[in-house]
Structures are given as structure tokens and as C-alpha cells.
Design a protein around this ligand. Structure first.
Ligand SMILES: Cc1cc2nc3c(=O)[nH]c(=O)nc-3n(C[C@H](O)[C@H](O)[C@H](O)COP(=O)(O)OP(=O)(O)OC[C@H]3O[C@@H](n4cnc5c(N)ncnc54)[C@H](O)[C@@H]3O)c2cc1C
Length: 400
């Protein structure tokens, strides 16, 4: 059920939810529907269709979102609909490029999971990441971008001055230029049982859709960065108590000053310093976790059914290995002047000109946002790089 709720929330689709195990919460006017559900999630869509245990693809299709490209070839394909990809899509289409934006999950990327982005210019009271993303989606559609949801680029090949990207599940997307804006994937703790409890008490990032299930509970957030700090602040409005588990002895190394002050002022948020989660336990669902304090070498078990892991991420760029696209040792795509001194660049780059600032070691393949080596890891910079990449795409296309 969590993946569906998360997908709908991040896509800013309004929904009402009923717990079939709690008769009092069930809609009185639909007894026949409820009796058919059993223990599976089921959705009634606005057009009256009732689907039991739908896949995300079915949900997207019912909402009218597409997952097949309409054209054989595009001027520009963009992978990843986080802030960088959305911004690139808006600028590219508004400047007349035939553009397709491919997203493997929900629109908005990491930013889409943020309950409140407070440092993005123009929103003095902050804006939820999902709302910001939805506005960008509408803007992109207005300019004619084709958005392909729940599809993933998995391999690229480069010939005929075109980029041919193989999509997971079949099909190839052809474009003259490409912007890779695939951000980062949440890092795991790599604890025994972590996979088993995934969406059953263990969550990566801090999906705002889970907040209403935290009422009266003690919840744990691992990480001391802005992602974790925002989550702690937001969940404190729902949970009985929020614990932030951090390895360091201070938040100020990793958290923005405004969030440090906020966290310190919230009475039901407690920071567990010098600490890490060491073990997970439960039957079907997570029920308790062991936290080790590395300073005094003590262990303590805590009862909880909610553990949010907010420890940043790694770029998902293994596909680039096969195409020999230059990455840094951590996997980020290297672009522009950072390529010049890179081992292997002189042998692979065959053009008279140098790579553009956001161009990778493959001419016509650009990287924008968090996936790029040396990027700033902020919404505003991802948006800026998306727009900047489009300008460089124009320069590249003009030289073809
Ligand atoms: C909870 C949270 C709160 C944050 N708060 C702030 C804040 O307040 N202020 C701030 O400035 N920054 C904040 N950040 C950081 C900010 O969100 C990121 O820096 C920003 O989202 C990066 O944008 P991006 O477009 O580069 O990548 P991402 O947002 O990571 O988006 C990448 C997208 O690409 C998709 N994708 C990946 N691989 C593929 C593939 N092969 N094919 C198709 N699609 C693919 C992913 O599903 C994802 O949707 C926050 C991050 C989080 C997680």
C-alpha cells in the first residue's frame, strides 16, 4: 500500500483512504465494494472504475498518464523528472525543442518527497516539494513536453549523431541530444533484514504520505542532513516523539543553521548523538531497533514501527560504464572542464572544441543536477543546471 500512497502523494493526486480493517472508517455508501477488497489495497478512480491491488502502472494509466513515446525521434530526451529534469523540460520545450521527459517513479525526484522547501527563492513561506513539482509538470505540459512516467532508461548507445536509449521493459528512445538528470538513489544502511522491512517499517527518505500513520508513535530518523532535519520537523507534528539518530556529536556540521535552530526548539524531537542503528527486528513488520552509542559503547533497544533512512544517496550511473562515459570514483558523471585532466579523456574526446560546461565525455550527452560531479545538491542549483544544459544543447545541435 505504501508505494501507491507515496506515488499519489508525490504526484499531488488528492485521495481519501479507508482502512478495511476498521469498519467505522469505511464509507457507508460502498458496502458492496468494500466486501470485495479483502486484505488488498483497492482504488476507486474518479471515473468510477474500481481496481483491486493495482500496479503503479495501472494507477498511472487510470490517471491518464502515458508510458509509451509518441514519436520515433526527439530533439532532446531527458532522464529524470526531479528539479533538474523538469527545469530542462520547461526551458527546452518553451524554446521549441521536441522534448521527452522520462521518469521511472513519480515526478519531483528527491525534492518531491520534501514536506517543505523553505530556501527556494520566491516562496517565503516555503512550498512542498510535491506542489513545486506539480507546478513544473503543468508548465512543461503547457509547452508541449511529452512526459513518460514509470519508465527507466537503462543503457545508451551512440551512433548516427543520435543517442539510442534502451528503456526497461522494452523499447528504445532516439534523440539528437540527451540530458541525464537522474539524481541520486537513497543510500541503504545495509543491515540484515533491511530489505525485508522495506515499506514495512523501513523507508528511504521521508515520504510525507507516511506522516498520518505516525500519530502517537515514537519514530526514528537516521541522518543529520537537511533531508533528515526537515523530516524531523515535519513528523514532529504527527508523532509522539521523533528521534534523530546521527553519528556525529553535533548537528551543525551537516544541517543548515535555520534547521538546527528549529530542531532545538521542538520539544518532541530528540537527537541521539554519536549513535547508529545496529539491528532491526520484527515479524512481518518492523517492531524494534537497536541503537549503538559509539561514544560510550552502549546498546539500547527501542520499540518502533517507523524508521526513516535519510542519509543521502549515490548516483545511479552504472549504465555509463558500458559506454565508457567518464565518472568520478563515486559514480557521478564528470562534465566540462572537470574532464580535461581526467585520465582517458584525451583518448575518448574526438572533437576540435572542448566539452561544454555540463557536457559529459560523450558529445551531446549532458548531465544536470545531483548526478553531476561537483554539483551543489540543492533544488535551486538543479533547476539552474537544467536550464543551463538546454542552452548548451542548442549550441551542440547547431554544430551537428
Ligand atoms: C527530503 C528532502 C528534502 C530536501 N530539501 C531540500 C531543500 O529544502 N532545499 C534544497 O535546496 N534542497 C533540498 N533537498 C535536495 C534536493 O531535493 C536535491 O538536490 C534535488 O532534488 C536534486 O534534483 P535532481 O533533479 O538533480 O535529482 P533528483 O531530485 O534526485 O531527481 C532525479 C529523478 O530521476 C529519476 N531517475 C533516476 N534514474 C532514472 C532513470 N534511469 N530513468 C528515468 N528516471 C530516472 C528518479 O526517480 C528521480 O525522480 C532535499 C532532498 C530531500 C530528499
Amino acid at each position: 500500500m505504501y508505494p501507491i500512497r507515496d506515488f499519489l502523494s508525490r504526484s499531488v493526486v488528492e485521495y481519501e483512504m479507508f482502512d478495511t480493517n476498521n469498519e467505522a472508517s469505511l464509507p457507508q455508501n460502498r458496502p458492496e465494494a468494500v466486501s470485495r477488497i479483502g486484505n488488498c489495497p483497492a482504488i476507486e478512480f474518479p471515473d468510477g472504475q474500481f481496481v483491486i491491488n493495482p500496479t503503479l502502472e495501472e494507477v498511472a494509466a487510470h490517471l491518464g498518464w502515458i508510458n509509451k513515446p509518441s514519436y520515433e525521434e526527439y530533439d532532446l530526451s531527458i532522464y529524470g523528472a526531479g528539479p533538474a529534469g523538469l527545469s530542462a523540460a520547461v526551458y527546452a520545450a518553451s524554446e521549441g525543442l521536441k522534448t521527452i521527459l522520462v521518469e521511472r517513479e513519480a515526478i519531483g525526484g528527491q525534492a518531491g518527497t520534501s514536506s517543505l522547501i523553505e530556501n527556494y527563492m520566491g516562496f517565503p513561506d516555503g512550498i512542498s516539494g510535491a506542489e513545486l513539482a506539480e507546478r513544473a509538470r503543468q508548465q512543461a505540459l503547457k509547452f508541449g513536453v511529452e512526459i513518460l512516467l514509470l519508465r527507466e532508461g537503462i543503457r545508451g548507445s551512440f551512433h548516427d549523431n543520435r543517442i539510442h536509449v534502451q528503456l526497461k521493459g522494452g523499447g528504445t528512445m532516439v534523440s539528437k541530444a540527451n540530458i541525464c538528470a537522474t539524481g541520486v538513489e537513497y543510500a541503504r544502511l545495509h543491515l540484515p533484514g533491511e530489505e525485508r522491512f522495506f515499506h514495512r517499517g523501513v523507508y528511504y527518505g521521508a515520504g510525507a504520505s507516511e506522516a498520518c500513520f505516525c500519530g502517537g508513535k515514537d519514530i526514528f530518523i537516521v541522518g543529520g542532513g537537511n533531508m533528515a532535519g526537515q523530516a524531523a520537523s515535519y513528523f514532529s507534528g504527527f508523532a509522539r516523539k521523533v528521534y534523530m539518530v546521527i553519528r556525529r556529536d553535533s548537528l551543525s556540521h551537516t544541517l543548515s543553521d535555520y534547521l538546527v535552530k528549529r530542531i532545538k526548539g521542538i520539544s518532541n524531537v530528540e537527537v541521539l548523538y554519536n549513535s547508529e542503528v545496529a539491528e532491526l527486528e520484527g515479524d512481518d513488520e518492523l517492531s524494534r531497533i537497536k541503537i549503538t552509542n559509539n561514544k560510550d559503547n552502549t546498546d539500547k533497544w527501542h520499540d518502533t514501527s517507523k524508521l526513516f533512512i535519510c542519509i543521502g544517496g549515490n548516483p545511479n550511473t552504472d549504465w555509463a560504464i558500458e559506454s565508457k562515459i567518464i565518472r568520478c570514483p563515486s559514480g557521478y558523471l564528470v562534465t566540462g572542464s572537470d574532464l580535461i585532466n581526467h585520465e582517458g579523456f584525451k583518448n575518448s574526446w574526438q572533437l576540435d572544441r572542448l566539452p561544454y560546461h555540463l557536457e559529459t565525455s560523450r558529445p551531446g550527452l549532458f548531465a544536470a543536477g545531483d548526478v553531476r560531479f561537483n554539483s551543489v545538491k540543492r533544488v535551486a542549483s538543479a533547476v539552474g543546471e537544467g536550464a543551463m544544459a538546454v542552452t548548451q544543447v542548442h549550441q551542440y545541435l547547431a554544430g551537428l
